[in-house]
Write a protein of this length. Sequence first.
Length: 381
Amino acid sequence: MVLTLVALLVLLLGVPEISRPRPRTVNTEKGPVLLSVVARGLAQPWGMDILPDGAIVVTEKPGRLRILDRDGTLSAPLAGVPPVVDAGQGGLLDVTVDPAFARNRLLWLAYSEPASDGANSTAVARARLSTDGTTLEGVKVIFRQLPRYPGRLHFGARVVFARDGTVFVTLGERFRDSWREQAQNLRSHLGKVVRLQPDGTAPDDNPFVGRDDALPELWSYGHRNVQGAAIHPETGKLWISEHGPRGGDELNVPKPGGNYGWPLVSHGVEYSGRPVGRGNRSAPGLEDPVATWTPAIAPGGIAFYTDKAFPGWQGNLLVAGLRARAVLRLELDGESVMHEERLIADEGRRIRDVAVGPDGVVYALTDDVRDGRILRLAPGG
């Protein structure tokens, strides 16, 4: 009877399962890594970030936000999360800790927001985490992607802070042929990266400010579905990972005002096997990617590694691979990828996000529907 009630609570409330596999040693090119599961039983987790005390805040796509304390305790869902459209690729997606969290306790959420007419789009809201860590207070939407459509795919939805305090938001082109053409339309948010002030207004030095034919918040365009974003620790430039169609996933360093070509060019093909556009991989006036992947890896979140815990990884870019079912470790030379290693591929799980803790430990998020996990990669083994 007790077991039946516990199972019912897990089903109704999404209470995570607490039993965890034993840690194990994973061999890598740079030495052994100790892999452990620090949380499991999450419902399709999508994004995570690290609080100043080392706790992890994590989203679940159905619309729940939780905090994993450093002692391994996973909280109940926080109150105050705004309504989301949990359909297809939509739901509660990214969470970003404000750089000044120690002072303002702000968290930033990216999610698919419902509209009264049945349409939806990517929205970004900020809210204060209550002092007891149970509630989001003062939720304020600071950005809404327009136009809205009743779709289920390609929301983009990564949020990252630049060094100057501005906020980059990545936005998908919503997938359908009749909508994706707007990735080339400067009066539309579809298929764009936008750069905002924390209050949602456009910075005066954005590349399209002052143009009647463009939205002032746009930073770059011609994107398909950007689900990874990180700031380079030395240059301060934004790097992004982007889903291609059938093949042709991309790593880009978006220039202000740059056109990244979708759907005019691609290194992949349509899901039907047809060429994308005229079948060109590049064209004059369009920016080429830093790297591409065919077959597709389905890249999720990305993070630069700068800590000393893994000395051989310093300056590397870590990429979450959904289809690759691995964390990709990329060795860089400037803006060129010189070498790739796929980590923890033998776990056989789709990796949605990756983050680096204050102690240099790496966390990887799997997006299983009923048993999403937070994995911990630590030195040794």
